[in-house]
Design a protein around this ligand. Structure first.
Ligand SMILES: [Zn+2]
Length: 373
């Protein structure tokens, strides 16, 4: 991770760079702020910059052996400490989850905590940092030799240190080895043990501006600038919020396409293609099939309302409205209730473990009849 890969935070980047360049790096640096703004990226960029053998223009080079190790989360003198679950382990430490962690980091640079829960396969538990972690760290820092001038320990979410772990960690931070740097990254620094908090030098990151979020979306998701700004505006400076909103709108787009092809094929009575359509939808998996059927019900209602010519009652986006201009006349008082009922019973069948392909093909055939009435 290079400083340049991180959106915004110009002042914080300069401050960290100056600390490193002048060799006045605090032994414990805390980066605090709300989630989804790139705090952990900044911590990673700092560690990479510290270890880079060839930095230039105020950033790490990205190509020296050290940088390559950093970019693959394999740097020999960099340690990650993060919240985990106990599972069947007796003395759990972060390293037990290093495979999941590397995959998570590569896909979630903005550190969506929900995604970490999924990676741990523990949506219903509260991960934390255990005392066994502090013990192992103490041992390793004492006995492991190293290559670089500094060993860097990156601690994600120190607010999740169990008390015993925190007290042991405090010792390490209070009486640091000359060659060890701690960088802590917190979403909620009020919850950090006060003894640890007071030992750190702190950098607070502000939320990203709407423009910074929008530029990030344009660069990474090839959005038009007005669309990117519209999404950014609702995300309140968080890239996590913005990308979540984006994947929801992507799903809605996909659902609209499936809805349109169902209606077109049913109208043209193309039974063979309707069979393929049913297989396509069935391949989404049950949860998404159910959301799709729900979406169809909503769109049928919207189209019925569209015929009443009361625009302020319509809640459709631009693409949905475009389709409805031609389609709405096929939804009328003779068939609307029956179409909704068919969609409803398809949902019930699929929730009850019915075979998606068969249920959806049945639905498609019913639609041929219903569109003609
Ligand atoms: Zn380098």
């Amino acid at each position: 991770m290079k400083f340049n890969d991180i959106p915004g935070h110009k002042r914080a980047k300069t401050r960290i760079r100056e600390m490193i360049d002048s060799n006045r790096i605090p032994h414990a640096l805390l980066i605090e702020g709300s989630s989804g703004i790139g705090k952990f990226m900044l911590a990673r960029a700092a560690a990479q910059y510290i270890h880079c053998e060839n930095h230039r223009d105020g950033d790490s080079c990205g190509t020296c052996p050290s940088c390559v190790q950093h970019q693959t989360f394999n740097h020999i003198d960099t340690r990650f400490v993060f919240p985990i679950v106990k599972g069947k382990l007796k003395d759990p430490v972060s390293d037990d989850y290093i495979v999941e962690w590397r995959e998570y980091l590569s896909k979630n640079p903005f550190m969506d905590f929900q995604e970490w829960l999924k990676a741990l396969d523990s949506l219903n538990s509260q991960p934390c940092i255990y005392a066994s972690e502090s013990d192992k760290l103490t041992h390793d820092l004492n006995f492991t030799s190293h290559k670089a001038r500094y060993k860097v320990v990156l601690i994600w979410l120190p607010e999740r240190l169990q008390e015993a772990a925190g007290n042991k960690m405090l010792k390490l931070i209070e009486e640091p080895h000359d060659d060890t740097l701690f960088i802590l990254v917190s979403n909620n620094s009020k919850e950090i043990l006060p003894t640890i908090y007071s030992r750190t030098q702190r950098i607070e990151l502000k939320r990203l501006s709407d423009e910074e979020v929008a530029v990030y979306l344009q660069n990474n998701y090839s959005l038009e600038s007005t669309d990117a700004l519209a999404v950014a505006h609702l995300a309140e400076g968080s890239i996590i919020e913005a990308t979540n909103a984006l994947s929801l709108s992507k799903e809605r787009q996909r659902f609209l396409e499936l809805f349109m092809s169902l209606m077109r094929l049913a109208y043209q009575r193309r039974v063979k293609e309707l069979k393929d359509w049913a297989s396509d939808v069935a391949s989404l998996g049950r949860e998404q099939e159910l959301r799709f059927l729900n979406y169809c019900q909503r769109l049928i209602r919207e189209n019925f309302i569209y015929n009443l010519n009361v625009q302020e009652l319509n809640y459709m986006n631009r693409d949905e409205l475009n389709f409805s201009k031609n389609f709405a006349r096929f939804v009328n008082e003779r068939n609307v209730v029956r179409i909704i009922d068919e969609l409803d019973s398809a949902s019930v069948d699929i929730s009850g473990n019915g075979n998606g392909k068969i249920v959806l093909f049945d639905l498609a055939v019913q639609m041929i009849i219903l569109l003609k009435s």
